[in-house]
Design a protein around this ligand. Structure first.
Ligand code: 13P
Length: 249
């Protein structure tokens, strides 16, 4: 049985005060969610205080990024070890916004994934194609390369700790969701590619869908066999919507 997971990626939204309020609202409502692991990913500045706000609930904490260096003179960066010291247990890595706007390559991402794992953080590793890649029918090839360049480089023990998130770039923040069939097709493909390298262990990997997921479409998406949850952006900023999405299983 794969773990069902719903993650709220708050991105660069909320002040500290607003973030604490949102975390408290999610924590309070989380008792209405059964059988689904809930994770919130606030900005770095909020981690310690959000951890405090989640106390007494089962909601886990994730960062949205970490550095590709261990420590030292890297002004403005936040190391995996620092993230772990806040009580966070997950870290989102390889988000298309990081790849696109901050030039994060697979080489950089592999370093980040390894440093996260070395510091007991579980990576939520994002993959997904751009619109022009789907339109030219290169989406499978693009996603396969993203997996080969990072996930394939891990040993089996580390591979078992990662969560994958398929986020087609054309669906992120656009209101344009992949159809449940498109999501299932890609998730099944991802699992097949992972099985080629990791055998039956790929059966246990949670693969989340991300891209304009909301209460109105989550049920259909989550009904698909290989869709094990969601990585939610915009809708995770409203506690009731985030919880409603998790209740869609
Ligand atoms: P939206 O849900 O806002 O489309 O964002 C998805 C996403 O990028 C989550 O990481």
């Amino acid at each position: 049985m794969r773990t069902k997971i719903v993650v709220g990626n708050w991105k660069m939204n909320t002040t500290v005060k607003e973030g604490i309020q949102l975390a408290k609202a999610v924590a309070a409502a989380s008792s209405n969610v059964n059988g689904v692991k809930l994770i919130v990913a606030p900005p770095f500045t909020h981690l310690t205080l959000v951890k405090e706000a989640l106390k007494g609930s089962n909601v886990e904490l994730s960062a949205q990024n970490c550095a590709n260096k261990e420590s030292g003179a890297y002004t403005g960066e936040v190391a995996a070890k620092m993230v772990a010291s806040t009580g966070a247990t997950y870290v989102i890595l390889g988000h298309s916004e990081r790849r696109e706007y901050y030039g994060e390559t697979s080489e950089i991402l592999l370093n980040k994934v390894k440093l996260a794992l070395a510091n007991s953080l579980k990576p939520i590793f994002c993959i997904g194609e751009r619109l022009e890649e789907r339109e030219s029918s290169r989406h499978f090839e693009v996603v396969k390369a993203q997996l080969e360049e990072v996930a394939y480089q891990l040993d089996k023990t580390d591979f078992e700790k990662i969560v994958l998130a398929y986020e087609p770039v054309w669906a992120i923040g656009t209101g344009k969701t992949a159809t449940p069939e498109q999501a299932q097709e890609m998730h099944a493909y991802i699992r097949k590619v992972l099985a080629e390298k990791f055998g039956s262990k790929a059966e246990n990997t949670s693969i989340l869908y991300g891209g304009s997921a909301k209460p109105s479409n989550a049920k259909e998406l989550f009904s698909k066999a290989d869709v094990d949850g969601g990585l939610i952006g915009g809708a995770s900023l409203i506690a009731d919507d985030f919880i409603a999405i998790a209740q869609s299983f």
